[in-house]
Structure formats: structure tokens, C-alpha cells
Design a protein around this ligand. Structure first.
Ligand SMILES: NC(=O)C1=CN([C@@H]2O[C@H](COP(=O)(O)OP(=O)(O)OC[C@H]3O[C@@H](n4cnc5c(N)ncnc54)[C@H](O)[C@@H]3O)[C@@H](O)[C@H]2O)C=CC1
Ligand SMILES: Cc1ncc(C(=O)O)c(C(=O)O)c1O
Length: 306
């Protein structure tokens, strides 16, 4: 694996491009939107500084190349990673475009947050070469990457991606069934459903639930995984609490009203300056810097190299 094309340079693409290039890979990145290409250079430069802080030495010195030409991006690529919006029709259109430009042996990976790979690989002429490669945000800092095979993914395709992830010093997690949301987002969205419900019901304010989760279960889970936590608490305790609590937990099937109202108002979070909280441009810059510093410091401790 030498040459990688990244398609889509929004929230995820730039950090991923920087991380792969730091691993010695020859990365070319493409976006359909000129504004995204303009923003990408600064985002890649910021990610590179964080990688320096993480002590991840460069194994080559090929800088990420940016292009507005899809054919140029995928020319000679061994792997194409798709990072376009989480809309099945947009992704399908991109796969059809890529398919006409690449040979049958080129691996096509999707960073989809949870669209089953089996449905996406219907748009690729060699579906055996398509696989899910789900990074976590921010992709240059979080070392875990889910690898998901669709019904038609060849076992060697998944193996090649896992080998690549390990060669970068990152952690592949094999998702054994192509379920919506895979594993990480099934867990995260179970948490987010409950959190939003508690705020909507007036049980707790956003600031307090962030304190509760970050300094309670979040802090603990970084060291003790949830299955290990069951043993630490005692399965008898889980049995007692779950026998009355599970039936009371949020179970709504649709998008919560709080989120629908914010979307209707155009308040999407950091990207629009307001979401659950309000942000100034200065506050966003400060938050991104301090969050990266703290994530790097925690990662160094968890890797026992503080
Ligand atoms: N935002 C997050 O925290 C995470 C997102 N993901 C997934 O990664 C994928 C990308 O997500 P984001 O980076 O957040 O999205 P985004 O909306 O920030 O960026 C998507 C980029 O794709 C570009 N694009 C749209 N149509 C295109 C086309 N036809 N060809 C090339 N580029 C095109 C847009 O111009 C934009 O720059 C999605 O599937 C998402 O679910 C995965 C992990 C975390
Ligand atoms: C809210 C949210 N949704 C999806 C993802 C993802 O992993 O796809 C993330 C993330 O943090 O990476 C997320 O925060």
C-alpha cells in the first residue's frame, strides 16, 4: 500500500490525510467544493502540529497533495477513502464516478458513520474490494478505527485494511456483522439518546450532564472498558439496577425535538457558530487547541509514555 486518495475534505478528510501522510503514504485529497479545498490546507497544517506533539515521527516527507480533479486524485491509488456527507445517494454517486476511473483491484473504503457496507457496495463493480473503514473524530488523534466487511467484501480486502491500520500504529476493531451504526456509533447514539432525553425532560442542564459524563463514566471508560466495568461493579449490581432501570430508559425511535429545532434554525454546532452552546470564532479556535492538547496528553498517559 503506497498511494491513497481521499475523497471529501470536510470535518474528517484533512486530519485523516495528515495522519496517513505522516505514516509515509503518498496522499492526494479531493473535494468537489473549492471552499473545502481552501480550508483543508490550514486544517492539515493544524493536524500536523498535533501529530508532532503526539510524537508521531514522519516515515516519509511527502506532503498531502490537494486537487479539484477527481481523476487526478485517484490516479495510481491503491486505496480510495470516501469521506463525503452521510447521505446514501451522494455516496452512491461518488462510487459510480470513482468506479469509472479505477482498476478492479483498487480498494474503496468508506468512512460512513453507520450506513451498512452491504448497501453501499452495490454501487461498485467489484464489491469484493469495498470495505468500511470508520475513523473517529478527530481522526488524527483517536487511534481506534472500525473495519466492517459487507456481504460481498473479500476477506483479503478487510485484512489489507487492518494491516494498514496496524502499520500506522493504530488500532483496528473488527466489526463482525454489518449492522447499522456498526459498534462505536451504536454505543455513542445509545448514550446521546439518553442524554438528549434527560435535557429535554428538564432533569439536567447541558453543562451539568457534560460534567457528569466527562468526569464520571467518560473518564473511567477511557481506562476500564464497559465489559470490564461490569466486572468491577459486580454483575449482581447490574442485575439489580437493570431490572428496574432498563424499562425506564429513553427508547424513542425518531430524531429528538431538541435536535430538529436546532437544525431548523440552522444552528448545527461548531460549524455554524451555535448549536447546543454558542461560540465565537475565537472560542472555537481556543476550544480546538485545548481539546487537542488534552486528548494528546491523555493518549500519552494511556499508552504509558507520559
Ligand atoms: N463528523 C464526524 O464526527 C464523523 C463523520 N464520519 C463520517 O465521515 C463522512 C464525512 O463526514 P464529515 O467529514 O463530517 O462531513 P462534512 O460534511 O464535514 O464534509 C463532507 C465533504 O464532502 C464534500 N463533498 C460533497 N459531495 C462531494 C462529492 N460528490 N465529491 C467530493 N466531495 C464531496 C463536501 O464538500 C465536504 O467538504 C460521513 O460519512 C460521516 O458520517 C465519520 C466519523 C466521524
Ligand atoms: C455525533 C457523532 N456522530 C458520529 C460520529 C462518528 O464516529 O461517526 C462521531 C465521532 O465522534 O466520531 C460523533 O461524535
Amino acid at each position: 500500500m503506497k498511494k491513497i486518495a481521499i475523497i471529501g475534505l470536510g470535518t474528517m478528510g484533512p486530519g485523516m490525510a495528515a495522519r496517513l501522510a505522516r505514516g509515509g503514504l503518498d496522499v492526494t485529497a479531493y473535494d468537489i467544493a473549492p471552499a473545502a479545498l481552501d480550508r483543508a490546507s490550514a486544517m492539515i497544517a493544524t493536524a500536523e502540529k498535533v501529530l508532532d506533539t503526539l510524537g508521531i515521527a514522519a516515515t516519509g516527507d511527502t506532503p498531502v497533495k490537494l486537487t479539484s480533479d477527481l481523476a487526478e486524485a485517484v490516479a495510481g491509488a491503491d486505496l480510495v477513502i470516501e469521506n463525503v456527507p452521510e447521505k446514501a445517494d451522494i455516496k452512491a454517486g461518488v462510487y459510480r464516478q470513482i468506479d469509472a476511473l479505477i482498476g478492479p483491484d483498487v480498494i474503496v473504503a468508506s468512512d460512513t458513520s453507520g450506513i451498512p457496507i452491504t448497501s453501499l457496495q452495490a454501487h461498485i463493480s467489484n464489491p469484493g474490494r469495498m470495505v468500511g473503514m470508520h475513523w473517529s473524530n478527530p481522526p488524527h488523534i483517536i487511534p481506534m478505527i472500525e473495519v466492517i466487511a459487507g456481504a460481498q467484501t473479500a476477506p483479503e480486502t478487510s485484512e489489507t485494511i487492518k494491516t494498514l491500520i496496524r502499520s500506522l500504529g493504530l488500532l483496528p476493531v473488527t466489526v463482525k456483522k454489518d449492522v447499522p451504526g456498526f459498534v462505536e456509533n451504536r454505543v455513542l447514539y445509545a448514550l446521546l439518546r439518553e442524554v438528549i432525553d434527560l435535557v429535554e425532560q428538564g432533569v439536567v442542564d447541558p453543562e451539568d450532564i457534560d460534567t457528569c459524563v466527562s468526569w464520571g463514566i467518560g473518564y473511567k471508560l477511557a481506562v476500564i472498558g464497559p465489559m470490564a466495568l461490569l466486572d468491577m461493579a459486580g454483575l449482581d449490581i447490574y442485575n439489580s439496577v437493570s431490572s428496574f432501570l432498563n424499562a425506564d430508559l429513553a427508547d424513542r425511535k425518531d430524531v429528538p425535538d431538541l435536535v430538529k429545532a436546532k437544525i431548523a434554525a440552522g444552528t448545527l454546532g461548531l460549524k455554524s457558530g451555535s448549536g447546543v452552546y454558542d461560540y465565537t470564532p475565537e472560542k472555537i479556535a481556543e476550544l480546538q487547541k485545548s481539546r487537542a492538547q488534552k486528548l494528546v496528553a491523555i493518549r500519552r498517559i494511556l499508552e504509558e509514555r507520559a
